[in-house]
Write a protein that binds this ligand. Structure first.
Ligand SMILES: [Zn+2]
Length: 475
């Protein structure tokens, strides 16, 4: 049985746009009302692209494209961003608004590409704030394993939607979800919940017994029809699972998608030799995404760099689970492509500013050097274009380069935690919080405007998740 779609007594786009300083008075209709839609319904909504939108005279635009502006982040002052057909049409001063375009007065605001979350497990919203005195293995034993077994389609839908919307309101526009939930009806529910939020997502499916037919069916029937959905094969690389790892890698190659593995999250996992296993099956390369990779040796860092393996760094999760500190500064020195990941319930909430600040702070704590990699511009790049590069999506998103899809954020720095202006670029990382994110666009469609999610009854989303959690507690 599918969950009931959410009704939408939420604020209208018109009202929200007024809050954002929209010049036009006609209602802005960018796609249909977003609900937990069937994938093909999302396809209809997302294929429209909607009318053009001009973000006018933003005080600071970080394009992430050095060719478009100043410094490594391609910064522009008092610049416009024109979105047309769901894509970035132009960035620069005093752009003309095409006929029918909606104009968002953005003076005093900051505009940048949306955050790319390279590693998450949204369903774990059901165990947020739980098992806080446990390490990874204790977390598996006490929280993850017993709770996952209780999931019903309705509960799963509620938790995934809750966490996905939390990610959207925090500025995440692309998200990779590593999912070890197996039955077809639960997978269908999961994908439906993700698709209904309007996020750009990658469903990384862990097939327990490498079931090629099931995986191909999920990809073809559930994920491929969602215009903003893509697919990966997930695995747990380890000596004892070598034959499964090989089957997963072959499956990924057959489907032309990336292999996505947890690697060396805890020191004890050295005994599993996951990098050696991945090397042995021939998976080391740009089609491999390793999560965590906290305990890499010098030789493994060299191999990762040599083969252009992609990494997801999850500093908040690694701190919470006492997993250790990734050797990010060593990886950065070698030019390894690393993105940032929120990592599900182990980071409890979806705060990309905290994630960026922690990525900087842990390396400084580890080395006692303030000049160590990453610096502010490095983490901002990791959080956007760097994450897109990790996922092989940099030709589509990650910067405000004209022609790319319009995934972007508007940040309002006029807040008690953010003002006054000193160095806004640094303040995005060190001062920013999700509530400073005023607007979020994915593929040119507004998912958040005026500081509120568009066409989402947030109270109802929370209420339904609470009801499902209460039902599971009493089961
Ligand atoms: Zn994970």
């Amino acid at each position: 049985m599918q969950p009931t779609p959410t009704a939408s007594p939420a604020p209208t786009r018109r009202g929200l746009l007024a809050g954002l300083g929209v010049a036009a008075v006609a209602p802005l209709v960018l796609g249909t009302t977003r609900r937990p839609a069937l994938p093909h319904q999302s396809a209809v909504a997302q294929a429209t692209g909607g009318p053009a939108v001009l973000l006018r005279r933003a005080s600071l635009v970080l394009t992430m494209d050095p060719a478009l502006g100043n410094g490594p982040l391609g910064a522009l002052q008092d610049a416009d961003v024109l979105v047309r057909g769901g894509a970035i049409a132009a960035v620069g001063p005093a752009l003309a608004a095409p006929p029918g375009a909606r104009v968002l007065e953005s003076s005093g605001k900051l505009v940048m590409p949306g955050f790319v979350d390279t590693h998450n497990h949204l369903w774990q919203a059901m165990i947020r704030g739980g098992c806080t005195d446990r390490d990874l293995f204790g977390w598996f034993r006490s929280c993850t394993d017993p709770q996952r077994g209780l999931l019903t389609p309705g509960a799963l839908h509620s938790f995934v939607r809750l966490a996905a919307l939390d990610a959207v309101q925090s500025g995440v526009t692309t998200l990779v979800d590593w999912v070890d939930i197996f039955s077809y009806d639960l997978v269908e529910t999961y994908v439906r919940a993700l698709a209904g939020t309007g996020l750009r997502f990658t469903y990384a499916m862990y097939p327990p017994a490498p079931d090629g037919a099931l995986v191909a069916k999920v990809k073809k029937e559930l994920v491929d029809p969602v215009p903003l959905g893509s697919f990966q094969i997930a695995t747990h690389a380890a000596r004892a699972a070598r034959s499964d790892n090989l089957a997963h890698w072959e499956l990924a190659q057959d489907l032309g998608v990336m292999l996505n593995s947890h690697v060396l999250e805890r020191p004890e996992m050295r005994a599993d030799d996951p990098v050696g296993v991945l090397d042995g099956i021939g998976a080391l390369g740009p089609r491999l995404l390793m999560n965590h990779a906290v305990h890499l040796t010098d030789a493994e860092i060299a191999a990762v760099a040599e083969h252009d393996v992609r990494l997801a760094h999850c500093p908040l999760s690694n701190m919470r689970l006492a997993s250790g500190i990734m050797r990010l500064s060593d990886l950065g020195r070698r030019g390894v492509k690393v993105g940032l990941g929120l990592d599900g319930g182990t980071n409890d909430t979806s705060d990309f500013h905290a994630l960026m600040k922690t990525a900087i702070g842990l390396q400084r704590a580890r080395t006692t050097e303030a000049g160590v990699f990453p610096q502010v511009h490095d983490v901002l790049r990791m959080a956007t274009l760097g994450g897109a590069e990790v996922l092989g999506l940099a030709d589509q998103v990650g910067s405000l380069t004209p022609g790319k899809r319009a995934d972007l954020l508007v940040i309002d720095p006029a807040a008690l935690n953010f003002a006054p202006r000193f160095d806004w670029t640094g303040q995005i990382v060190f001062n920013g919080r999700p509530e400073n994110i005023e607007a979020v666009f994915v593929d040119g469609r507004p998912l958040k405007l005026g500081g509120r999610l568009v066409d989402v009854d947030t109270a109802r989303v929370v209420r339904e998740a609470e009801a499902e959690a209460a039902r599971l507690r009493s089961a």
